[in-house]
Design a protein around this ligand. Sequence first.
Ligand code: NAD
Ligand code: ZN
Length: 281
Amino acid sequence: MGTMMIARTRDLLANSLVYATLDAGLSTLSSGESLPLDVIASRLRRHARITVLTGAGISAASGVPTFRGAEGLWKQFRAEELATPEAFARDPRLVWEWYDWRRRRIAACRPNGGHDVLAVWSRRFPSFTLITQNVDGLHERAGTRGVLRMHGSIWEVACWSGCAGSPARWTDEAVPLSEIPPHCIYCGGLIRPGVVWFGEALDPEIVAKCLEATRCDVFLTIGTSAVVYPAASLIEEARRRGAYTVEINLEPTPASAFVDVAVQGSAEQVLADIDRRLEQG
Ligand code: NAD
Ligand code: ZN
């Protein structure tokens, strides 16, 4: 039954029906046809196993710059030039100045309505997993249960040389940092941000949990450019395993072509619209 609707939705998107104002755009579908947001809400309402993957776009409305947006640049550098072990080895002060700037910026931000809806869902649905590529901690601050952080946290640090006395990572929320670059309290050497940089391996335990979570009934990918791997491959994996896949993003991404429904709109608005439908039962 759902299949025809899904096909229609995909066809409409392929014909580049842009949901400029979401409701107006959707209401142009013929009556009696299930609307995409209604379909998404009814899928969620079945208390299915739900997995959500978020990227920088979910935090954009909070004022946290995305990497690929206009504000993603810091000084003249692109993120890819700073978020690598090579960049840190070359110039730890420069990399820490950037992290200190981001930490100050994020500390001044609050979770937005999109984070709030997902936090409510994490308590409402018995089988709900939130995977995030974000390092800002805003899902946790919104009260989301059991967040799987693929790329670590900007509020954690680790010893750069991994000295014997130090834990793998520890929390350091000092804003601004008392010294740049900061030093290891265990060995006096340099510390590094507790995030996964480009070219670094992800924590295998977290990857295993993320892969396990692709075994679900509904998989939503929200505010991610779907170009950073292996996060992006989770969407493909969920689809391969038969999940109903939904994308919510301001613009089309490589994932738009293969998800069941690609909703073009802001995460905070679309999540509020879906949540309203859930509340109405
Ligand atoms: P990205 O910067 O590559 O892409 C952001 C995506 O969000 C884009 O596709 C954009 O169209 C979309 N977007 C922007 N505003 C939106 C909104 N209001 N609603 C819906 N979509 C919106 O980010 P990414 O895909 O997460 O991947 C890049 C890497 O950057 C990740 O590894 C992540 O760790 C890191 N990062 C994290 C943060 C953070 O913690 N907040 C911020 C920037 C980058
Ligand atoms: Zn150390």
